[in-house]
Ligand binder design. Structure first.
Ligand code: HEC
Length: 296
């Protein structure tokens, strides 16, 4: 096998394995980074949602509470789950946020728009099964959209909640008038009744990640390709062509052409080789001359 071919095979092997290893490492790092970015977005929103919940609970509900039994219709604005959901729906008006979702996904809700679907029901049941589970996250596809979700257990920790969520008899009149007697009752203290779940779109962040991946791999490949081209030019011009010349002259000398001379060479290893050949040719010339004189 020719030297050029050997060098090229080694170069290709090194470059392919280099790109493969760096590709795998890069994709893992980028994926990790994307996941932590999405997760941190979701956590920020969850914190915001819980702040609205707290505000409604501490500042709105106490003011409206006395009217629960006197009003015809229930004042839902006093209920944290309602205010959080409403604020989130307004947040979603903006096209940029229309794929974000928030829900107090409940097994047996007062308001049926909070009803957990099959996927969310499984999450609530997981929380019920393992009480030390504080959060579940992952990806879910909803109508073709890849969404990342964070879910937390929703536990009834306060006796006061049971006024409206245990039996219709205890609940304010206006609540029964608005929501009926069927839904959202029978909850128990310390029971996990729901999951707070927030969905954030993941596709765009993953698209950005794959764009950066292809960019870095593209840049790496072109660096590798330029190195390979430069190595080939170097090999051909600086090494192989001069070696070929030396071989040609050596062959001429070997068949008795004493006029054949090695060109002037650079002072490197190949130059030294040509120098040695030159000296050998010179010695050979003297030896042949001496031989010729003897024969005469
Ligand atoms: C005065 C009555 C009342 C009290 C007290 C009350 N809730 Fe509710 N709760 C409601 C009503 C009414 C809704 C439905 C609001 C809506 O339309 O979204 C609701 C909704 C919810 C939801 C969303 C699921 C669903 O049923 O629609 C959760 C979760 C919830 N409440 C938890 C609690 C917790 C926890 C407490 C105690 C800290 C509490 N509630 C206290 C009346 C009450």
């Amino acid at each position: 096998m020719k030297i050029g071919k050997k060098v090229n095979i080694i170069l290709i092997l090194v470059f392919v394995s280099g790109i493969l290893i760096s590709g795998v490492a890069l994709s893992q790092v980028l994926e990790q980074k994307a996941k932590s970015e999405i997760s941190s977005n979701a956590q920020d929103l969850m914190h915001m949602v819980n702040s609205i919940r707290k505000y409604t609970n501490t500042q709105v509900e106490p003011i409206l509470e006395p009217r629960f039994d006197t009003e015809e219709r229930f004042i839902s604005q006093a209920i944290p789950s309602y205010s959080v959901r409403e604020v989130f729906e307004i947040f979603r008006y903006d096209k940029k946020y229309s794929n974000f979702l928030y829900k107090d996904a409940t097994l047996n809700p007062v308001n049926l728009r909070d009803k957990a679907d099959v996927f969310e029901t499984k999450i609530v049941n997981n929380f019920k099964k393992s009480s030390n589970l504080k959060s579940i996250n992952g990806f879910r596809n909803i109508s073709g959209e890849n969404l990342f979700y964070i879910a937390r257990p929703f536990k009834i920790e306060d006796e006061s909640c049971l006024r409206c969520h245990s039996t219709p008899e205890k609940a304010p009149r206006s609540q029964i008038a608005t929501y009926g007697r069927k839904n959202g009752f029978g909850w128990k203290l310390n029971e996990i009744v729901a999951t707070q779940i927030i969905y954030v779109p993941a596709q765009e962040i993953f698209n950005n990640v794959s764009r950066s991946f292809y960019l870095v791999i593209g840049v790496l490949s072109s660096i590798f390709a330029s190195i390979a081209i430069a190595m080939n030019i170097f090999l051909k011009k600086i090494i192989l062509r001069r070696l070929k010349n030396i071989a040609k002259v050596a062959e001429k000398v070997s068949i008795g052409d004493m006029e054949a001379k090695f060109e002037k060479q650079d002072k490197d290893e190949i130059g030294a080789l040509a120098e040695s050949f030159n000296r050998m040719r010179y010695s050979l010339e003297i030896a042949v001359n001496m031989l010729n004189q003897r024969i005469r």
